[in-house]
Design a protein around this ligand. Structure first.
Ligand code: CTP
Length: 133
């Protein structure tokens, strides 16, 4: 059986248990897990604010995880297929908040959406911490 490579993408800012679980479950779907960590500029463009932790810090956190084999910075959303092919990925995994949104890459790999962990998000954590004054 050839090795099965799994790829996933995300900001993974203010790292939390939902991130741990999606990465652990993604890793279980193959032999090697590659993570594309979204660039600071991409987050500013997409969400209108910079992440709390910059891309080098987020990359360092993700690369330190035992379930993660390789990391890179995702510079552009449009280059998704290129990243998938360049990293030899057989399956793309995303949380189901993205359900259907990545079906357009299904000609280059399998696409799997995993259930999101309820009640935790980076946005919620930032709001909660801000409210503590
Ligand atoms: N994720 C998850 N369960 C959560 C939160 C995130 O499974 N409770 C997954 C997402 O579906 C995605 C990955 O973790 O596949 C990275 O998500 P990211 O957008 O970085 O985290 P969020 O907490 O959703 O951040 P935000 O609130 O800024 O959207």
């Amino acid at each position: 059986m050839p090795n099965r490579t799994v790829i996933t993408f995300g900001t993974f800012d203010v790292f939390h248990v939902g991130h741990v679980r999606v990465l652990a479950r993604a890793a279980e779907l193959g032999d090697r897990l590659v993570v594309g960590v979204s660039a600071d500029a991409l987050n500013v463009a997409k969400k209108g604010r910079a992440p709390v932790f910059n891309q080098d810090e987020r990359l360092e956190i993700i690369s330190s995880l035992a379930v993660v084999d390789e990391v890179f910075i995702e510079e552009s959303l449009e280059r998704k297929k290129e990243y998938i092919v360049d990293h030899g990925a057989d399956v793309l995994v995303m949380g189901d908040d993205w359900a259907g949104k990545f079906d357009w890459v299904s000609d280059v790999c399998e696409v799997v959406y995993l259930p999101r962990t309820p009640s935790v998000s980076t946005t919620g954590l930032i709001e909660h911490i801000s409210s503590l004054g």
